[in-house]
Design a protein around this ligand. Sequence first.
Ligand SMILES: Nc1ncnc2c1ncn2[C@@H]1O[C@H](COP(=O)(O)OP(=O)(O)O)[C@@H](O)[C@H]1O
Ligand SMILES: N[C@@H](CCOP(=O)(O)O)C(=O)O
Length: 316
Amino acid sequence: MAVYTHLGAEDLARLIAEYDVGELTSAKGIAEGISNSNWLIETSRGRYILTMYERRIDTAQLPFFLGLLDHLAANGCAVPATIHDRSGAGFRQFDGKAVALIEFLPGVSPTEPTAGQAEAVGAALAKVHLAAQDFGMDRANDLAPADTLAVLEKCGEDALAGIDPALPDILPRARALVAGWPTDLPRSVIHSDLFPDNVLMLGSKVSGMIDFYFACNDAMAYDLAVTHAAWCFPGGTFAPELGKALVSGYEKVRPLGEDEREALPLLAQGACQRFVASRAEDWLDTPADAHVLRKDPMDFVRRWDFYAEKGAEAFS
Ligand SMILES: Nc1ncnc2c1ncn2[C@@H]1O[C@H](COP(=O)(O)OP(=O)(O)O)[C@@H](O)[C@H]1O
Ligand SMILES: N[C@@H](CCOP(=O)(O)O)C(=O)O
C-alpha cells in the first residue's frame, strides 16, 4: 500500500486549485510504491501524479530532486517534469507535509524485461548522466559503501542472523569493499535506484524514469552497476543477454572508459551491499504483519556472490 494519508475530495480540490492545471475531475490513490503517498490526478487539462512525502525524504532536499526532474526533462530525458504552483513553487506544504505535483507519464514497468528493454534502459540511463552534468546542484551519496557498512554494523550480527543465518558473513566482505572502493571514476548526478519498477515502458521504449529520491553525485559507472544488479537477474538467475544489452545500450550513448569497465565487478558488489543494507534495515524496522512489502536482503547477497565469483566475466 502506498497511500498513508487520507485526503478528502475537498482537500484535493483545494490543493489542485493552487496549480494552473484546470478543474479536478478525479483522484485515485496509487497502490504501488513504498515510501510516499501517491495519487493519480485527472483534471480538465490532463493527468498528473500528486506525491505527499511521508518518510525517508528530507524536505530540504526537495529542491534538488524536483529541480533535477525539471533539468532532465528540459534536456530531452524521459522523466516527468515538476508542475509548479501559481506562485512558481515546485512543492508546497499541505496538512503539515510536503506535496508536489508532477507530470504523468504513460507506460508500464516490466516484470520480465527483454533484452530490447534492457538496451533501451541502458541508453536512457546514459542520457541522464550526460544531461545531468550541467545540473547546478549537488547532493552527496548517503548510501555509499562506508554508509551502508555503518547501517549493517548498526543492525548488529545477531539481528542480521535473525533474518538469515548467512547474513552476518557479509560484514567482513563489506569492510574489505569499503577499503578498496574507487574514488576517481567520472561522476555526474546518478539515479542510483533504477530498478524495473522505477522505469515506465511502452514496448521497448522507455517512456519514463521515476523515483529520483536517491539521486546524488557519484560515479556514473556505479549507476550502471546498480542497474545491472537490478535488471539482469530475472527469477534470481543471471541472464547474460540482459547484461550485454544493458551495457551495450549504455555505451551507444556514452562509451565507458577502461577504468570504468575494469571497476564494474567491484561497483556491482557495492551496489549489492547497498540493497542488502537498506533491505536488512527495513526488514528489522517492519513488523512481519505490517501491510508493507518486506524485500529480502538475501536476493542481493546472492548477486553479490555472483559478482565476486565471476569478476569481469559478469560484464563480458
Ligand atoms: N510520473 C509518473 N507517471 C506515471 N506514473 C507514476 C509517476 N510517478 C509515479 N507513478 C506511479 O506511482 C507508483 C509509485 O511511485 P514511486 O515514485 O515508485 O513511489 P515510492 O517512492 O513510494 O516507491 C509507480 O509504481 C507508478 O505506478
Ligand atoms: N529499489 C530498492 C529499494 C528502494 O525502494 P523504492 O520503492 O523507493 O524504489 C530495493 O529493491 O531494495
